[in-house]
Design a protein around this ligand. Structure first.
Ligand code: TRP
Ligand code: ZN
Length: 879
């Protein structure tokens, strides 16, 4: 164990800063192994701070060379330096403190602060990385004006960038040069960035609504500039969209995006200088899949939208993280919905939320959208803060309507521009602009866990009435034994026997109001009475996934099939199908446990067959309807998880459906063949999705599957079709498998990002030797153990994409992952802590696996050196 148990930071202990920084002048003498940083802070006591408090500047791993106060070098006795701070007592109202430190970016493998990536120098400061660059009050409620000078060798670092406008540049002695940047907008330190390297840019311009021309640059290694067009187009669309939908214009004259190879997350919204994981910048048809194209578009938009939701208005403290992330995810979701097929986007979002966030909410790391305490803030960049946070904003949008929501955000921007605020401030702006009380919604930010809605309904034929009773309950989560009922907007419609939507009249209303309603749930149990319904309707509930809840309704298989066939709400239609699949899966699991033969449910076969025949529907939607719940999703629905049983049953269902629907699947697969070259357009994306979905079923047929996959693999002119075929072949024990893997490797061996896919499909294979393959691939020359993309492509893909082998009953998967986590923790704690999360839900598994997972966690807990990040995850998992 660690020698000192790390302490938690608590929201209730928030105190305003004692000192404010009006301006900061940074100077960097950049060298990969030894960079000098001098920082001149113009400080002022905060009227809201404590009188006479000492100045405490955060700093970590810095070699302090000099401290001066108002121009005079201070004696070491006048300040105190610890591993985490520089403390200076006895300062007046206003003071200028200058420090000079030395750091070693080339030794920075944690990728927080200033580090090197393939010869370039770059930064990542969110959340607390700036303190690894210089001494500073590294907290988001200290906003300062930054002026930054970079000096570096010109040959190795021809491009120098920092936030804001370049105001000076020139030559220095010894082949060095410099550039100075001024960012006119006060910002917290986490939004600081610098880049130095040999990069080339794709350039374009954007003219804002008020007529200003903004220079746009996307910088990558020279060989990849040709792949930046899609990202640039996405950026321009996002800029126009934010003007149109939120009235938000960009505020600087220049906007840079820089692609970096080594990056812990997706991308970072540094003011005017976004830094991106290269994976989310570069794309061309031969190298990127449709999913990659979509990710790039939404992440470019996400970081751009942060300019207003995050940068112009930032967070008071890190507990408010969802203030910027939940809202910005909601905005990027709205944007993506406008760019493509909205219904299909929504389904994909919900699928992600249900598999990842619901699992988080039901495990030992469950936390509210606004956590109350953390040991390491890096552990809270979670699906709960991001995705559930976005769902809470979506509910507010539903409650206020699009116009009301816009009035609310207008007031939010007007009131709080330039400030560091809280979730309460955001909700208050929405409420005040609309004259409504949204205080009950704060509970969504404070209460962890997924509410369970249980719905009962009853028809009274004589009175032509239909009763709907909704009961809500949230199970306890760590630290929150008692839960309150939450305000839940519940969107519903009712379908008649002919599949048509019925008019909705509640008991106290004079006439029907439309065919879709949003009911206002507030208490633990509520009953709604609908009139004029001589026949029992089939309820279509939780339309559009209007709230992040689990829903249980007592509908028959026939009623679910009716919704699957007729529901006009695409999400509800999809969801009816998923419930139908889950019912069948539950029955199959029971049969499997009883040692009975597995048989295909005829009703399900017919329902799936009808979907496959629905040529009027958007192919992308049909692909969603035909997608079985994943093994991870199924696991989340069970009380006691046996991953091998889930795998067996799901695979049986896939191959039984493939056999039963062999001819229609083949016909649809053929009919959806491409005509013409790859285009990234919604219609084409949908066509490819459905076609590859058909291929997935057909791959289960031993006689034709392998050859169809190989044929597609060899004929494809784009990565979407290549990757789909390769992933299927990687599952099979056939000669075509090696042939395809070899061909793929030969073609892409020089391109790390493309090769990640080659690692991933092997790590995700159901074959018995998958873990041995993964271990062998760790030694492959193309594997880079310190690059997070590589680690996620191999180890991450095994952990998250291969439940069958990760959960091998002998514990070999757990032992392997624990070893990896331990090794990675030594150089990149953020990455290690994320991987370790796969072990934390051990209580949900059958006893044998439970014991083995726990053993792996205990081994980690006992390691002599454990980062704060990993300590928090492991100790909570074992608590
Ligand atoms: N703010 C970034 C985003 O969501 C997230 C992020 C990027 C991040 N890099 C990080 C968070 C490193 C923590 C650490 O857009
Ligand atoms: Zn973000």
């Amino acid at each position: 164990m660690r020698d000192a148990t790390p302490r938690a930071v608590e929201l209730k202990n928030y105190r305003p800063p004692d000192f404010l920084v009006d301006s900061v002048r940074l100077e960097f003498d950049l060298e990969p192994a030894s960079t000098r940083v001098s920082a001149r802070l113009q400080l002022r006591r905060n009227p809201a701070g404590r009188r006479d408090a000492p100045l405490v500047l955060d700093g970590q791993g810095l070699k302090l060379r000099r401290v001066s106060r108002d121009g005079y070098v201070m004696r070491p006795s006048e300040y105190e330096v610890t591993a985490e701070a520089l403390t200076i007592p006895g300062l007046p109202e206003q003071v200028c403190i200058e420090t000079e430190v030395q750091i070693d970016p080339s030794a920075n493998s944690a990728l927080e602060g200033l580090y090197t990536s393939r010869g370039m120098l770059c930064t990542q400061c969110e959340a607390e990385g700036f303190r690894r660059i210089t001494y500073f009050p590294d907290r988001p409620d200290v906003l300062a004006r930054f002026t930054t000078t970079l000096r570096a060798e010109r040959a190795a670092y021809p491009l120098l960038l920092s936030n804001g406008n370049r105001v000076a540049e020139g030559e220095l002695a010894d082949g060095r040069h410099y550039a100075t940047f001024e960012d006119p907008f006060p910002k917290p330190s986490y939004l600081f960035a610098l880049v130095a390297g040999q990069l080339q840019a794709l350039h374009d311009t954007f003219v804002t609504a008020s007529g200003r021309t903004v220079q746009l640059y996307i910088h990558t290694e020279p060989a990849y500039v040709a792949q930046c067009g899609h990202a640039m187009a996405a950026l321009k669309k996002a800029m126009a969209w934010d003007e149109r939908v939120y009235g938000r214009e960009y505020d600087l004259d220049v906007y840079h995006v820089v692609a970096v190879d080594d990056f812990n997350m997706g991308a970072m919204e540094n003011k005017g200088l976004n830094i991106f994981n290269a994976k989310y910048v570069m794309a061309d048809p031969a190298r990127a899949t449709d999913d990659d194209y979509e990710f790039i578009e939404s992440i470019i938009a996400h970081e751009y939208f942060h300019n207003w939701t995050g940068n112009r208005i930032t967070c008071r403290d890190w507990f408010q993280l969802s203030l910027k992330e939940g809202l910005t995810v909601f905005r990027d979701q709205q944007f993506s919905a406008d760019m493509g097929s909205a219904a299909v986007k929504r389904i994909a979002e919900v699928r992600g939320l249900r598999t990842v966030q619901f699992a988080e909410d039901g495990g030992p790391l469950a936390h509210p959208v606004r956590p109350a305490a953390y040991v390491e803030i890096n552990n809270f960049y979670t699906s709960t803060v991001y995705q559930k946070g976005a769902e809470v904003v979506r509910m507010l949008h539903t409650v206020l309507g699009a116009d009301g929501f816009r009035r609310g955000t207008d007031l939010y921007f007007e009131r709080h521009d330039g400030q560091a605020v809280t979730v309460e401030d955001f909700v208050a702006a929405l409420a005040d602009a609309n004259g409504v009380d949204l205080a009950p919604f704060m509970a969504w930010y404070q209460q962890a866990g997924t509410p369970q809605l249980t719905v009962a309904h009853r028809h009274d034929a004589d009175a032509a009435r239909w009763y709907l009773t909704v009961h809500q309950r949230t199970a306890p989560t760590p630290g929150q034994p008692e839960k309150q009922p939450l305000p839940i907007p519940l969107a519903l419609g009712l379908l008649g026997a002919d599949g048509r939507e019925l008019p909705l009249r509640l008991a106290d209303e004079p006439a029907a109001v439309g065919t879709q309603r949003v009911l206002d749930l507030r208490s633990a149990e509520q009953t709604f009475v609908f009139e004029d319904l001589p026949q029992a309707p089939v309820p279509s509930l939780l339309r559009g996934f209007c709230a992040p809840v689990r829903l249980q309704v007592d509908l028959s298989d026939t009623e679910l099939a009716h919704l699957l066939a007729y529901d006009t709400d695409a999400f509800a239609r999809y969801d009816a199908g998923q419930q139908l699949y889950m019912r069948v899966i539950h029955r199959l699991l029971a049969a499997h446990a009883a040692g009975e033969d597995l048989t295909l449910d005829a009703g399900l076969r017919d329902a799936v067959g009808r979907c496959l025949d629905d040529t009027a529907a958007d192919p992308a939607l049909v692909a969603e309807l035909l997608t079985l719940p994943s093994e991870a999703f199924i696991a989340g629905e069970l009380d006691v998880v046996d991953p091998a049983a889930i795998h067996t049953v799901r695979r049986f269902l896939r191959s039984a459906l493939a056999q039963a629907l062999r001819e229609p699947l083949r016909a649809r697969y053929r009919a959806l063949a491409p005509d013409g070259a790859y285009r990234f357009e919604a219609g084409e994306v949908g066509r490819r999705r459905l076609r590859n979905l058909c291929l997935g079923y057909l791959a289960e047929l031993d006689d034709i599957g392998p050859s169809l996959c190989l044929e597609q693999f060899e004929a494809a002119d784009n990565m979407t079709d290549t990757a789909a075929a390769l992933a299927l072949l990687a599952q099979l024990d056939v000669p075509a498998r090696e042939r395809a893997l070899d061909a793929f490797y030969q073609r892409w061996q020089g391109e790390a990002l493309v090769l990640d896919r080659w690692f991933s499909v092997q790590a995700g294979s159901r074959r018995a030797q998958a873990l041995d393959d993964v271990k062998a691939l760790l030694q492959h020359p193309a594997y880079a153990p310190r690059n997070p993309n590589r680690v996620r492509a191999l180890v991450g893909a095994f952990v998250h994409g291969n439940p069958l082998r990760f959960h091998a009953p002998d514990g070999s998967g757990y032992a392997f992952v624990a070893d990896q986590v331990q090794a990675i923790d030594g150089f990149n704690p953020m990455l290690a802590a994320r991987l370790a999360q796969a072990l934390t839900r051990w209580r949900r598994y059958e006893p044998g696996r439970q014991a083995l997972m726990r053993e792996a966690l205990e081994r980690l807990a006992a390691s002599p050196k454990l980062s704060k990040d990993l300590y928090e995850v492991v100790s909570k998992a074992l608590a």
